[in-house]
Design a protein around this ligand. Structure first.
Ligand code: GAP
Length: 568
C-alpha cells in the first residue's frame, strides 16, 4: 500500500526533477542562463509534443468545423497597430531607484498601517524624520485623541500566495521598529476576517460587514501621487525610491532588412491570434468552411515580461495554442462561449488534470478589455497558487473590423441565407502549452512510501501522467541482461512497439530499480520478458502498472489493444 507524502517544497522538487530527468533546462545555462527563457530536453520535448498533438487531433482532426494554419512569427507592423498592441499592449512598470529592481505595479501590493491609540509627539517626529508619513498626516496624528485608528505609515509586499500574511507581519514589524504604542488595525481582509471571527472587533465601527468598508491592500496602480513617496520599496524596505507606474510595451522589437531605422521596425508576435484574423479571408476563399467555423494555430509567442516567474509559468518566449471560432453576428454568442468553456474544461480532464484543481474566474465587467463582451479564465491550482491557465474570450467583431479598417481589405463572410455580407464575431480559447505542461507535471508529481519485495519501506517518486501525454508509453525490460533467449524476445517486442509508440528498452540493473526509473518519468507501463514468456505457452509478459504497481500477465495482442485504447 502506498501513501502519498507531500513534498516540503513541491515547486523545488518539480524543478529539480525536470532538470535531473531531462524535461526542462534553463536556456543558455553554461552562460548563466537568461531570465524568462527555457529549453526542453529529450523527455520535455516529447511531453510538449504530446500536449500539442492531443490538442490538434481533438480540435482540428476530430471536428469538422475547425481548420489549422501556421502563420509567420514576424508580421507586417501594421497588424499590431490594427490590433491595438502597439498602443496598448503594456504592463505598468515601477522602478526602485535605489535597488534598480523593477516591478509590475499591479503585482506590488501596499497597505496603510493604522493604529488605534494616542501617538506620542516623539514617535510622530521619528516617523516624519524617516519620511514614513507626510506633514499633513503628522498634523492629523497630533490632533487625534487616539479614539480612531490613524495612519502611521505604509508597508508593501509582492504578490504571492501569502501577500496578506506578509503585509500583516510587515505591519507588526513596523509598529515594533518605530516603538508605536496602540492597537494595530488589521492590514488585510484575511487578518480582519480572523479578528471578526474571533470576536476581537474592538475597533470603533469594526463590526460585521462595516469592518470591510475600510481600505484594504491595494496594488501600486491604485496609489495616489501623495502616497507613492511613502510606500516602501519591497527591495529595500525604505520609502522614497519607487517611481510612478509607467506603461511598458511588452512586444519585442526587431528590424527587418539591413537598415535599422524606424521604417524597418517589426515585432516578434506577442500572440498567435492575429495570424488567424489576418488570414481569415484566405481561409474562407481557399477552403470550404461555413459559419460557424474555427481557425486554430499552435506556435511561439514572445512577451518581454517585466517579471517572468514561477519557472515556465510566465516566461518571455512561450508557446500558445489558440483558436478563433467565427460565428454569425446574430448567433447566440453567450451559448457558444459557454460551449467552448465546457469543451476546454473537458479537454483538460481528458489529458489527466484533476477536476479538483480546476476552477473558473469570470473577469469583472469593469476590467474587461473594451472589445470583450465576456472573458472567463480556467484557473489551475499550481503549487504557488491558483493561477490562469486558459482564457476563453468573446471578442465580438473587433479584430476583423480593425483589420478591415487598417488594410482596406473587406473581412467579410457572405451569408447565403440573407445574401448579405457580414463581419463575423469571435469566441477565442487561448492557452499556453508551457502552462499546461507545468500543470500536468505539478498534478502528476508525487513522493510516496512504498514497500519493496522484502517488505522494506522505500521512497518512490512518481509522475502520474496520462498515457496520452507520457513521453514514454511502455518500457520493455528483459529480466536478465545476459540471457540471449530473454533479450532477443524483448528486442523483437521493442522493435514492433517502436513503429507506433515512443517506447524504451532497458536491461540495466535490478528490475525494481528499472521500475523506479520509469515511475519518475511517468511511463504508464513496464513489460518484463521473463522465463515464463519463453517456457510457458501463450507468449505472455508481465505488465506492471505505474500507479497501482500491480502486475499481471498479458499477451502481445492484449498489450497493443491496451495501447490502442489508452493512447489516443
Ligand atoms: N490571444 C489572446 C491572448 O493571447 P492571453 O491571456 O494574453 O490571451 C493566452 O494569453 C494564454 O497564453 C494564457 O492563458 C496563458 O496560458 C498563456 N500565456 C500568456 N502569457 C504567457 C507567458 N508570459 N508565459 C507563458 N504562458 C503565457
Amino acid at each position: 500500500m502506498s501513501t502519498p507524502a507531500e513534498s516540503a517544497n513541491p515547486m523545488e522538487a518539480l524543478v529539480s526533477l525536470a532538470k535531473r530527468r531531462g524535461f526542462i533546462y534553463p536556456s543558455s545555462e553554461i552562460y548563466g542562463g537568461l531570465n524568462g527563457f527555457f529549453d526542453y530536453g529529450p523527455l520535455g520535448v516529447e511531453l510538449k509534443r504530446n500536449i500539442r498533438d492531443c490538442w490538434w487531433r481533438d480540435l482540428v482532426h476530430r471536428r469538422d468545423d475547425i481548420v489549422g494554419v501556421e502563420t509567420s512569427i514576424i508580421m507586417h507592423p501594421k497588424v499590431w497597430e490594427a490590433s491595438g498592441h502597439v498602443a496598448g499592449f503594456t504592463d505598468p512598470l515601477v522602478d526602485c531607484k535605489v535597488s534598480k529592481q523593477r516591478y509590475r505595479a499591479d503585482q506590488l501590493f501596499w497597505a496603510p498601517v493604522r493604529v488605534l491609540g494616542k501617538i506620542s509627539d516623539s514617535v510622530i517626529l521619528n516617523l516624519l524624520t524617516a519620511k514614513r508619513i507626510s506633514e499633513s498626516q503628522a498634523q492629523i496624528l497630533r490632533a487625534s485623541d487616539g479614539s480612531q485608528p490613524e495612519i502611521v505609515g505604509y508597508i508593501s509586499a509582492l504578490e504571492s500566495e501569502k501577500t496578506d500574511d506578509d503585509l500583516q507581519a510587515g505591519g507588526e514589524g513596523y509598529k515594533r521598529k518605530f516603538a508605536i504604542q496602540g492597537k494595530l488595525f488589521p492590514l488585510s481582509r484575511t487578518a480582519l476576517q480572523k479578528m471578526v471571527d474571533q470576536g476581537q472587533d474592538s475597533f470603533p465601527g469594526l463590526t460585521g460587514k462595516n469592518a470591510f468598508t475600510v481600505d484594504m491592500p491595494k496594488d501600486f496602480t491604485e496609489a495616489r501621487p501623495d502616497e507613492i513617496p511613502l510606500i516602501p520599496s519591497p527591495a529595500t524596505g525604505e520609502p522614497g525610491s519607487l517611481t510612478e507606474p509607467r506603461a511598458f510595451n511588452m512586444m519585442f522589437e526587431t528590424h527587418v532588412g539591413p537598415m535599422r531605422d524606424s521604417a524597418s521596425v517589426a515585432y516578434l508576435r506577442p500572440e498567435t491570434a492575429q495570424g488567424m484574423f489576418v488570414d481569415f479571408k484566405n481561409v474562407v476563399d481557399t477552403s470550404r468552411v461555413k459559419l460557424p467555423f474555427g481557425i486554430a494555430q499552435i506556435g511561439k509567442s514572445f512577451r518581454n515580461e517585466i517579471t517572468p516567474r514561477n519557472f515556465i509559468f510566465r516566461s518571455r518566449e512561450f508557446e500558445q495554442m489558440e483558436m478563433e471560432y467565427f460565428i454569425h453576428p446574430d448567433a447566440d454568442w453567450l451559448k457558444c462561449h459557454e460551449e467552448w468553456l465546457a469543451w476546454c474544461r473537458d479537454w483538460l480532464k481528458s489529458i489527466g488534470l484533476p477536476e479538483s484543481h480546476l476552477s473558473l474566474h469570470e473577469h469583472p465587467k469593469e476590467k474587461l478589455a473594451f472589445y470583450s463582451r465576456r472573458t472567463v479564465d480556467i484557473m489551475f491550482k499550481y503549487p504557488f497558487g491558483v493561477q490562469e491557465l486558459w482564457g476563453i474570450a468573446a471578442r465580438s467583431d473587433y479584430d476583423l473590423q480593425q483589420h478591415q479598417k487598417f488594410s482596406g481589405a473587406p473581412q467579410v463572410w457572405f451569408d447565403e441565407g440573407t445574401k448579405q455580407k457580414v463581419v463575423p464575431h469571435v469566441i477565442e480559447p487561448a492557452v499556453g502549452v508551457d502552462r499546461i505542461l507545468l500543470a500536468v507535471l505539478a498534478a502528476g508529481y508525487a513522493e510516496e512510501d512504498v514497500k519493496d519485495e522484502k517488505g522494506n519501506v522505500e521512497k518512490r517518486t512518481v509522475l502520474r501522467l496520462s498515457p496520452r501525454l507520457a513521453p514514454v508509453k511502455v518500457a520493455v525490460l528483459p529480466l536478465l541482461k545476459n540471457k540471449e533467449i530473454l533479450t532477443s524476445r524483448a528486442k523483437a517486442l521493442h522493435a514492433k512497439l517502436k513503429r507506433r509508440y515512443a517506447v524504451f528498452y532497458d536491461d540495466g540493473g535490478a528490475i525494481g530499480r528499472r521500475y523506479r526509473r520509469q515511475d519518475e518519468i511517468g511511463t504508464p507501463w513496464c513489460v518484463t520478458i521473463d522465463f515464463d514468456t519463453i517456457e510457458k505457452p501463450g507468449d505472455t509478459f508481465t505488465l506492471r502498472e505505474r500507479d497501482s504497481m500491480t502486475q499481471k500477465r498479458i499477451t502481445e495482442a492484449e498489450l497493443f489493444a491496451l495501447l490502442e485504447e489508452q493512447v489516443y
